[in-house]
Design a protein around this ligand. Structure first.
Ligand SMILES: Cc1ncc(COP(=O)(O)O)c(C=O)c1O
Length: 388
């Protein structure tokens, strides 16, 4: 039967996983199975009602006019860049502190990634860095709402608009996050999402979407993701496209999960608050959330000295952690040729960051175990020496 898996229940002494999708899906099993049966009976596996309905719900949730389902988050960015006409000879600015997909998407269009450094406290892209990197070849800016924290989208969109440059938001880690009450992804010309299973809103396979208020861009994206098909036609192709469509089955699963997203995000915020409280006074600093934003804590990233020792100690106590990301994009071999200068804030952070277990069903006991182990590993904050 679908989704029938041995279920793990974490008691106090059991290991703490990094994420726990079993616990998230367990109460939804029947609904997910019904969605699967519905799609099976409909025989509409690609496009059709399930995709159209989810696209409408997702656009509404994000506060934009359109949402276009695509195959995954990487394609969401690549297709958006292509739909904006970006290609060889163009430069696209992006923060180096991101998942590699953001940079891949740029290179796949033939454009050149222009990596910039990040804010030392939030590790997010800043208006200052973007403005300093803009030149006559800049064709677009991609900002990344990394860890579920929202970058300064309004200011960056304003700065880029003064030069006629479009801003794309990579919101693959920020489903439902807000800046001054407005959803991540809805500030720029387009917002790109991944529905990879472990995301705050995750499918049960690959999936992605682009949101936009621009109807013409939405039409181009829809066509580009579907072999460049002319509107309403099957064997006429207006433009070069590809095959990157959201499956009906994944859309149906996402529709089951979407009504729970706000509740899951609220739990993540609670967990983040508790982590902050429990780690107060230790030599472990949780990456700061920007002011006037409500992050969704896709990842809970802390900074520690001697990171690998700390991770080993936690592993020894059955606590799984991650690193997002151990090597900044500009230092990865496929992008080495594009790095113009050292990006010191991101480079330093990469050796200090550790992502702590974070999932909506995490219990207070699990959290306390992680915090306690971390306190033991890093020790208390040294009193700062005051000058007389
Ligand atoms: C910031 C960021 N951008 C893009 C992507 C790419 O999404 P996908 O894996 O669905 O292609 C991810 C996914 O991990 C991501 O975290």
């Amino acid at each position: 039967m679908l989704l029938e898996q041995p279920r793990r229940r974490t008691r106090a002494a059991e290991p703490v996983p990094f994420v726990d999708l079993d616990a998230l899906h367990e109460p939804l099993t029947e609904e997910l199975e019904r969605a699967w049966s519905r799609v099976l009976q409909s025989r509409s596996f690609i496009g059709g009602f399930e995709v159209a309905a989810f696209e409408q719900d997702w656009a509404e949730y994000c506060g934009t006019k359109h949402a276009i389902g695509v195959g995954n988050g990487t394609d969401a960015i690549t297709l958006t860049l292509r739909a904006l006409g970006i290609g060889p000879g163009d430069e696209v600015i992006l923060p180096t502190n991101t998942f590699v997909a953001t940079a891949e998407a740029i290179v796949l269009t033939g454009a050149r990634p222009r990596f910039v450094d990040v804010d030392p406290q939030t590790l997010l892209v800043t208006t200052e860095h973007v403005e300093a990197a803009m030149n006559e070849r800049t064709a677009a800016v991609i900002i990344v709402h990394l860890y579920g924290n929202v970058a300064d989208a309004e200011a960056i969109v304003d700065a880029a608009a003064r030069r006629g440059i479009p801003v794309i938001e990579d919101a693959a880690q920020a489903h439902g996050a807000t800046l001054r009450g407005r959803r991540a992804g809805s500030f720029g010309v387009a917002g790109c999402f991944s529905f990879y299973p472990a995301k705050n809103l995750g499918a049960l396979g690959d999936g992605g979407a682009v949101i936009t208020n621009d109807g013409e861009l939405a039409d181009r994206l829809r066509s580009a993701a579907n072999h460049g098909r002319a509107h309403g036609s099957w064997y006429e192709h207006d433009a070069l496209g590809t095959n990157s469509r959201l499956d009906a089955l994944q859309a149906a699963f996402l529709a089951v999960k979407l009504p729970h997203l706000d509740g899951w995000n609220a739990s993540r915020r609670n967990i983040a608050r508790m982590y902050r409280k429990l780690l107060l006074g230790t030599q472990c600093e949780i990456v700061r959330e920007p002011d006037e934003t409500e992050g969704v804590h896709h990842l809970l990233v802390a900074r520690v000295a001697d990171r690998d020792r700390v991770r080993d100690l936690l592993r020894g106590r059955g606590i799984e952690t991650g690193v997002h990301y151990p090597v900044p994009c500009h230092m990865q071999p496929p992008f080495a040729g594009f790095a113009d200068e050292p990006l010191t804030v991101a480079e330093r952070a990469a050796s200090e960051i550790v992502s702590l277990p974070m999932f909506p069903t995490m219990s207070p006991t699990q959290m306390e175990r992680v915090a306690l182990a971390l306190r033991d590993a890093v020790g208390a904050k040294k009193p700062s020496r005051r000058r007389r």
